[in-house]
Ligand binder design. Structure first.
Ligand code: UD1
Ligand code: MG
Length: 463
């Protein structure tokens, strides 16, 4: 492919077709709202179209229009196709929004891996030859439902596209496929669309009929053959969806690796499109990084970890753990087998060992929580030690109550902190204490229920 300047094509508009039924997905959900690496199919298409043209694309909606509109919001301009009468009819519905553009790009909302630079090359190709149509094709041994590109005897000019269902056995053997992305001459396309006749079998107006029409009008049709087959994956079934997911995963992981992230096994590392990772971080197998997650540099994440919508600082280690909607500062170690739930905030240098659960709680810098512990609705200060098996009893059967633990406190093994309760700075609780009343600063409380038995003058005194 030629190298075109990497800037949007100002005189172009893009139309994304998303009004079809998507029946082959066998789903309650509209096809274009199925997700790929954390974003809907349509989101991927809209992003590519916008980056190619520099302006908001027009999305043709129809089937489940309200759901699609709600999912996309103001990232697109909407045109409505009341009855799904085919891809040609769908483009026609965008006319009022698109008339006036010299270049009219059309892509299908179910071809989510197309790159914006490919669309720009397509527009440039059309412009260079003043073609009526420039279209994308791909050579593939797996034609799965695609229209076949029929060329002249010399194999140069494109003559027509034949849908798989209408192919003769000889045409079925053709390996050049119609991707479903076109750039049309804006001065030609709107009148041409009016001339499409419905297909006798399905009553649909096929956009692909424009190819033959352009040839009959004596106009050029050019095809740009995409080398990266992954770009052309069209999602019609869930099998295609899994193929697209795998291909996109490869693309995303590759970009992180080129940015300086070590991914030990890219085939088993699942990173969604919106994730950011700093250089020299190592991701071990079977790790999932989901949503708007940000991981700093020099971290080690995984194996078997699941991190959702979380902020993770530099030099953090997370092994075999789940971290959801949490904030983790620099130099923290977590796991194996711990669970940070929404609202967990972990201060720098804190250590969380195995079988720890933290929800809606702060664990201050340098604090330790090594074994079998639960913190719910708690504010824990700095350099606190949470002994093995210590938990907050934050739920009284009706509501959640807070626990506050001061800096340098020492919570003995198996302490039950019955909230609402405060344990003061440098205070200590004995092993097995059931703390139902506040423990003042620098005192020792023991027993069931816990009683203060001693004041601790020396902060380093032992219980
Ligand atoms: C279409 C092409 C085929 C190409 C393939 C590539 C036609 C006639 N065929 O077939 O040559 O190889 O895409 O993916 O164009 N849509 C509407 N309104 C409609 C019908 C469809 O908006 O009335 C939208 C769908 O939501 C979808 C896209 O157009 O996003 C393509 O429709 P689909 O039914 O998937 O066409 P294919 O059978 O894949
Ligand atoms: Mg399709």
């Amino acid at each position: 492919m030629s190298d075109e300047p990497d800037h949007p094509r100002a005189n172009a508009c893009a139309i994304v077709l998303a009004a079809g039924m998507g029946t082959r997905m066998k789903s309650k959900r509209p096809k274009v709202l199925h997700r790929l690496a954390g974003r809907t199919l349509l989101d991927h298409c809209i992003a590519a179209a916008e980056r190619a043209t520099g302006n908001r694309p027009i999305v043709v909606i129809g089937h489940h229009a309200d759901a699609v509109r709600a999912a996309i919001g103001d990232r697109a301009v909407f045109a409505h196709q009341d009855v799904p009468l085919g891809t040609g009819h769908a483009v026609m519905q965008a006319k009022t929004h698109a008339a006036g553009a010299a270049q009219v790009l059309v892509i299908h909302g179910d071809v989510p891996l197309l790159r914006p630079e490919t669309l720009r090359q397509l527009a440039a190709l059309r412009e260079r030859h003043d073609a009526a149509i420039a279209m994308l094709s791909v050579i593939s041994d797996d034609p799965r439902g695609f229209g076949r590109v029929i060329r002249d005897a010399q194999g140069e000019r494109v003559l027509t596209i034949v849908e798989e269902v209408a192919c003769t056995p000889a045409q079925l053997a053709i390996r050049e496929l119609n991707v479903g992305a076109y750039c049309f001459d804006g001065a030609w396309v709107w009148d041409a669309l009016k001339r499409i006749r419905p297909h006798p079998r399905k009553g649909e107006y096929f956009l692909t009929d424009l190819i033959e029409m352009a040839v009959a009008d004596g106009r050029e049709v050019r095809a740009l053959t995409v080398e990266d087959r992954d770009e052309c994956i069209g999602v019609n079934t869930r099998v295609d969806l899994a193929d697209a997911e795998r291909a996109l995963r490869r693309r995303i992981n590759r970009q992180h690796m080129l940015n300086g992230v070590t991914i030990v096994d890219p085939e088993t590392t699942y990173i969604e499109a919106s994730v950011e990772i700093g250089a020299d971080t190592v991701i071990l197998p079977n790790t999932h990084l989901i949503g708007r997650t940000r991981i700093g540099g020099d971290c080690q994440i995984g194996p078997n970890s699941y991190i959702v919508e979380s902020e993770v600082g530099d030099r953090v280690r997370i092994a075999q753990s789940t971290v959801e909607h949490a904030h983790v500062e620099d130099d923290v170690h977590i796991g194996p087998f711990s669970h940070l739930r929404p609202g967990a905030r972990i201060g720098a240098g804190a250590h969380i060992g195995n079988f720890a659960e933290i929800k809606n709680s702060t664990l201050g810098a340098g604090s330790h929580m090594g074994h079998f512990s639960y913190l719910g609705d708690a504010s824990v200060g700095e350099h606190v030690n949470i002994g093995a098996g210590a938990i907050t009893c934050n739920f009284d059967g009706a509501k959640k109550n807070r626990t506050v633990i001061g800096d340098h406190a020492f919570i003995g093994s198996d302490t039950m902190l019955v909230a609402p309760v405060t344990v003061g700075k440098r205070a200590r609780t004995g092993a097995g204490a059931v703390v139902t009343k506040d423990v003042p600063d620098a005192t020792l409380a023991v027993g069931i229920p816990a009683r203060v038995i001693r004041k601790l003058e020396d902060p380093n005194a032992s219980a």
